[in-house]
Design a protein around this ligand. Structure first.
Ligand code: ADP
Ligand code: 5GP
Length: 200
């Protein structure tokens, strides 16, 4: 029997750079499997089915929810998102480390259900930087940006519920910090229960 992999969560407010940092991390660590979420949101240009998400109708999402096929699921900014349970369990049993790149509500739900999960919060260098990144990405209109910034304030309040808070001043450096944490945590018998450690 292979030693099971480590389940880790990279979370944080919208626009902090989760997608960017996780892409770097995955290029550097091919043994990490990123869970592909299901969503009811529309596919954006450049995205592909089964790569970025599994794109479901509301009815399909309802069916998966009813059959308890999600590890966690939430409505975020008017769309539904969920982590399919089966692939996560399969990959962990194969010995791969599994990355969940999910929002803060989802992360806290995973922490409840999987107490061994390693919880990493991605921090912007400042709130002004977060706003600049959200605007710079040009994927949301003004009202959506304001909604995300208001949510970000509340989400930052949950930072203390994570094991680590990694500053994303630079995507390469942030990915490196996460990989270092993973390496250290894989040799520990149990997750720490102390205060969140800020890594910059
Ligand atoms: P999230 O997945 O958390 O919503 P993204 O990965 O989409 O965030 O990043 C939001 C925007 O910020 C993108 O335009 C991205 O290129 C940019 N970005 C990400 N990390 C950094 C960084 N360290 N410095 C400057 N810009 C960044
Ligand atoms: P986007 O629509 O921009 O791809 O993602 C919006 C938000 O949903 C991001 O914060 C992203 O991390 C989060 N997200 C993506 N997949 C999941 C998931 O399966 N569960 C939860 N809770 N959040 C998710």
């Amino acid at each position: 029997m292979k030693k099971p992999g480590l389940l880790f969560v990279v979370s944080g407010p919208s626009g902090v750079g989760k997608g960017t940092v996780c892409d770097v991390l995955l290029r550097r660590a091919p043994s990490v499997f990123k869970s592909v979420s299901a969503t009811t949101r529309k596919m954006r240009p450049g995205e592909a089915e089964g790569v970025n998400y599994y794109y479901l109708t509301d009815a399909q999402f309802d069916a998966m929810e009813k059959e308890d096929k999600f590890l966690e699921h939430f409505e975020i900014y008017g769309n539904r998102y969920g982590t399919p349970r089966e692939a996560v369990e399969k990959k962990l049993n194969e010995g791969l480390d599994v990355l969940l790149e999910i929002d803060v509500q989802g992360a806290l739900a995973v922490k409840q259900k999987c107490p061994d999960a390693l919880m990493i919060f991605l921090l912007p260098p400042s709130f002004e930087q977060l706003e600049r990144r959200l605007r710079g990405r040009k994927t949301e209109n003004e009202s959506a940006i304001r909604r995300r910034l208001a949510a970000a304030e509340a989400e930052m309040g949950h930072m203390s519920e994570y094991h680590y808070a990694v500053v994303n001043d630079d995507p390469d450096l942030a990915a490196e910090r996460i990989l270092r944490i993973l390496k250290e945590e894989k040799t520990r018998p149990a997750r720490g229960t102390g205060e969140v450690q800020i890594v910059r």
